[in-house]
Each structure stands twice: as C-alpha cells, then as structure tokens.
Design a protein around this ligand. Structure first.
Ligand code: BDR
Ligand code: CA
Length: 311
C-alpha cells in the first residue's frame, strides 16, 4: 500500500477524509498531524484522536502541529464547523493522547526515515506544518513521493473571501512556501469540491448505512452542511476534503492540468488567492497539477462503499 501522512484540521469533512483513507487497503496511514485551521489546534488534535478511536485505529499516532499560521493572526471557521470543529455526532472524549513529538518533527523524521519516493503527504487544512518542515529540512522535498492538498480556487471564486479558499487564506505564506518547492503537488481546489455535493438523496444513502462510523459521518454532515446549504442555495453542500483521498484511490474520476499556481501574500483584498496559469500565459514554471473536475457519482459511490467497510 501507498504510505501517507494526513495533515489536517478536523473538521467534519476532514474526519470523513480520514475515515475514507482508513477504509482503503491501498493506503497505509503512518500518522495524523493536526494543525490550527477550522478551530484551534487543541480542538483539531482532540478531534483527530476521536476519529481514530471511532474507527478503532488507535495504533496510528496523532501528532499535534502548529497552533498558528506563520505570520498572520489566526482565523477559524467555527461558524461552519461548530465550537468543537466537529459538532454533530456525540462522540466520547478520547482516551487516545497525542504523541509528545511535534507534528512538524514527525513529518521530517518520518519522511527521512523512509526510502526516497515512498511517502505521500495529504494536507486537508492550512499548510503551516509542511511549510515549517520544508524550512527546517529542505531535503524532505525531494524525498516525498508526492503531496495532495485540498487548497485553492480558480474559476469558482473563494469561499472565505471573494477571492480565496479557506485553507490558503488561513495561511497564505505557508502555501506560498510549499508551492515554491519542487514536489509533485496535486491541488484539489473548490473547482473540484463544489462539484461534489451531498444532496438529500446522497444523505439518505449515507444515513441508511449501519456502522458507527457511517452514523457519525451522517451526523457530522447533518451539522456542517446546514451552513453551506443556505450560503450557496444548491441542491447539496460541497464535501471538500474527502476529494483528496478520492484522487489517490481513483484518479480516473478527476480531470486537471499541470500549471503554475502562485499565491497572493501581499494584498489584503486578495490574500490567499491562487493565481492559476490555466492558459499558460506566463513563463512561470509548472509547479502543480490543478484539478478542476470530478465524476461526482463515481466518487460518491466510492466513498459509500468505503464507509460501509468501517466498524
Ligand atoms: C476547506 O476549509 C475547511 O473548512 C474544510 O475542512 C476544507 O478543508 C474548504 O475550503
Ligand atoms: Ca479541512
């Protein structure tokens, strides 16, 4: 199986992404690193522990990462995700404790301890931890097999400001640093995730599943989706973070292009905007595979089939 590290700010959609990864025999989750994003790092760390306990995978270590973006005032999205960041299901306080090693050092040590080209990192929140790791240990860039990030927006506009997607907006300097490193980087932006909607019909399918994980997933989405349903007025709310794991499991369901993606870090109005050179109108080097479409029914079927396998 492909070895991955999940760097995340759970987050209901993060939690479902983690569940999807744990249900997939093709993936070996070496660890979960938390970061401040949707809510504080204390909450996202606890939530990561809760998800691992829920799935019965307390053998996987949780490492707490950065508590704040590199050089901005922290923002959160508690208005979407609730005060705990994972409101919805009633899950017990976790017994599992985070490992004592900092998430940034876990990333560095784990990537260095494995042969080059063997570890893929998946970021589901602001890229603070990975940016810190790359600054401390630039050699890890070449050692990584790849990087998949839920991040950015091009034709869709932003979801936290008119021009920026939340994960990039929350720590644009981190995204900027990461994108300047030569890493095989796939971006899964709003252009994809806004095509992956949890409609009432899909919600009914999820709610019909029996296991405790699927039940918790349904309760999570019942909570977090209420906000986006009103905001967009679509037939369902977007399910962002699981699309990254979906890409690892079924890349044929996605479309995209190798492009240059640069991050706006100076302008207050455009902070965190992803300037995507879709038409190759500059000579800036191609630094990412920017996905812009997904076969939504196929991805939903894949997600359901995997959630059904969990306890
Ligand atoms: C991203 O922001 C967070 O609120 C979600 O968990 C997702 O990672 C979407 O913009
Ligand atoms: Ca997230």
């Amino acid at each position: 199986p492909r070895k991955i590290i999940i760097d995340t700010d759970p987050g209901q959609d993060d939690a479902i992404a983690i569940m999807l990864a744990l249900a997939a025999p093709e993936l070996d989750v070496l660890g979960v690193v938390s970061v401040a994003g949707n809510v504080s790092v204390q909450h996202t760390t606890t939530n990561a522990c809760k998800v691992l306990e829920l799935t019965g995978r307390t053998d996987i270590p949780v490492h707490a990462g950065c508590a704040a973006p590199l050089r901005r005032t922290p923002i959160t999205a508690a208005h979407v995700h609730g005060q705990t960041g994972m409101d919805g299901p009633t899950l017990p306080d976790p017994i599992l404790r985070p490992h004592t090693q900092h998430g940034v050092d876990f990333l560095i040590d784990t990537i260095r301890a494995h042969p080059p080209g063997s570890i893929t990192v998946v970021t589901l929140g602001p890229m603070t931890n990975l940016a810190m790791a790359l600054v401390k240990a630039p050699d890890i860039a070449q050692r990584m097999a790849g990087l998949v990030s839920m991040a950015g927006a091009w034709a869709q506009g932003g979801n936290i400001t008119p021009s920026a997607e939340f994960n990039v907006y929350a720590d644009p300097d981190a995204a900027d640093i990461v994108l300047r490193h030569a890493i095989a980087h796939t971006l899964v932006p709003l252009d994809v995730t806004h095509r992956f909607l949890v409609t009432p019909a899909r919600m009914a399918q999820l709610s019909a599943l029996k296991g405790r994980c699927a039940r918790a997933a349904a309760a999570m989405l019942g909570f977090s989706e209420r906000f986006d349903l009103t905001k967009y007025g679509w037939d369902g709310a977007p399910l962002h973070d699981p699309c990254t794991i979906g890409w690892l499991l079924a890349p044929h369901l996605f479309a995209g292009r190798e492009v240059n993606v640069s991050i706006e870090v100076d302008s207050p109005l455009m902070q965190g905007a992803t300037a995507v050179d879709w038409w190759h109108v500059t000579d800036r080097p191609r630094n990412a595979l920017f996905l812009n479409d997904v076969e939504s029914d196929g991805l939903w079927a894949l997600l359901l089939a995997h959630l059904e396998r969990l306890p």
